[in-house]
Design a protein around this ligand. Structure first.
Ligand code: NAP
Length: 300
């Protein structure tokens, strides 16, 4: 009980989609006071029974907060919600911080850091690894970057939403670069599962058993869970929508371009995403990228 009282903070939370919902609930479970806002209000109201207050605008969610977390879809959603009319930046107090958990471009993270700094507000990038079930069960990996003072001050917040926090640097965009690189690798895993499964299915070899063998070999829940989604063709409802997966490959290509560090596999992924979008897969899980390889092998 003492620990909860010592670390309890007034927190604003904006963006209660697939991920934000579970993260907000874990902040409440850890004893923090939460004021939530979501563009579609019904999703915010669901959290009243967990103890949250509902704000009418992002500005209202931020006004009494020591920190306001955002778990919004992409750069555009974050910029509108932070700097638009009734945005977070208009009310966040000097000395309080905005913590963005979204997967954003490094350019957006740099703009957030500098615009908040001009207003005397702090900014931390804290993107996460893990799907909605990990968000609900406090199993996320939280990658944080920002000034040492802020990262230390808000450690209880990161502890409340994840199983492990990695502080990667003092420039917020560095955490976004790590997240973009990680998602690039997960996308390559989905792509190679798609290709190998298509070949084995075409050869009439048991691809579900192949998945078990590969999981044994690579020993990672990422292989286990994504391979199973693809074997079972369980793409709807999406835990992570394909259109957001496409965003992350675009972010990887942008990062590669900024630093002249080629990512040839990301270029291939981009084409397969376009194929998937052309086939109406925007709202399916990003694991459905595997369908592009199945189509090429004339399995669909
Ligand atoms: P999601 O379910 O699509 O939720 C997106 C959230 O952003 C919703 O609250 C949505 O509001 C809000 N939003 C979108 N556009 C907006 C706008 N223009 N103005 C205001 N609000 C807007 O997405 P998610 O899966 O939770 O992902 C959120 C972020 O986490 C993304 O950056 C994603 O890349 C990243 N991420 C996702 C996963 C995953 O497995 N799902 C894992 C790690 C990281 P409405 O409810 O009104 O639509």
């Amino acid at each position: 009980m003492d620990r909860i009282l010592l670390t309890s903070m007034n927190i604003g939370f904006v963006g209660l989609g697939n991920m934000g919902r579970g993260m907000a609930r874990n902040l409440l479970r850890a004893g923090h006071q939460l004021t939530v806002y979501n563009r579609t209000r019904a999703k915010a109201e669901e959290l009243i029974r967990d103890g949250a207050s509902v704000a009418e605008s992002p500005a209202e969610a931020a006004q009494n907060a020591e920190a306001v977390l955002t778990m919004l879809a992409d750069d555009q959603a974050v910029e509108e919600t932070v700097f638009g009319e009734n945005g977070i930046a208009s009310t966040l107090k000097q000395g309080a911080a905005h913590i963005s958990n979204s997967t954003l471009s490094v350019g957006c993270a740099r703009r957030l850091a500098s615009e908040h700094q001009k207003r005397g507000q702090g900014y931390i990038s804290a993107p996460v690894f893990g799907r909605p079930d990990a968000a609900e069960n406090k199993k996320l990996l939280v990658i944080v970057a920002g000034s040492d003072d802020l990262v230390t001050k808000f450690h209880p917040v990161f502890e409340a939403i994840g199983r492990q926090t990695y502080a990667i640097g003092t420039e917020p965009w560095q955490a976004n670069a790590v997240k973009i690189s990680g998602n690039f690798m997960i996308a390559t895993l989905i792509e190679t599962f798609g290709e190998a499964f298509a070949m084995l299915r075409k050869a009439q070899v048991n691809h579900a058993l192949f998945h078990e063998i590969i999981t044994d070999l690579f020993g990672s829940p990422v292989y286990k869970n994504y391979g199973k989604l693809i074997v079972d063709e369980q793409f709807d409802p999406a835990g992570f929508a394909l259109k957001l997966g496409f965003k992350d490959t675009r972010l990887a290509l942008e990062l590669a371009q900024e630093f002249n560090a080629p990512l040839p596999i990301a270029s291939l992924l981009r084409d397969h995403y376009l194929d998937a979008l052309a086939h109406g897969q925007e709202k399916l899980d990003w694991a459905s990228l595997a369908k592009a390889s199945a189509r090429k092998a004339a399995l669909e």
